[in-house]
Design a protein around this ligand. Structure first.
Ligand code: ZN
Length: 58
């Protein structure tokens, strides 16, 4: 699909370009890409916050 591009989350060959990131088919990777983008997924964001993996983005 995207020759030479890799999923920014897991490093596998990318098949999608979503949320300004290359991602593979994995739903988890897509979710994470959305997270990084700070996209419209309010609920998802809360989930990630609960995991304590959120970095300060300033
Ligand atoms: Zn991936």
């Amino acid at each position: 699909m995207f020759k030479g591009e890799k999923c920014e989350i897991c490093g596998k060959p990318a098949t999608h370009y979503l949320f300004a990131s290359f991602v593979c088919d994995c739903e988890e990777c897509i979710q994470k890409a959305r997270e990084q983008r700070g996209g419209p997924g309010g609920h998802q964001k809360m989930k990630m916050l609960n995991l304590g993996k959120t970095e300060c983005k300033r």
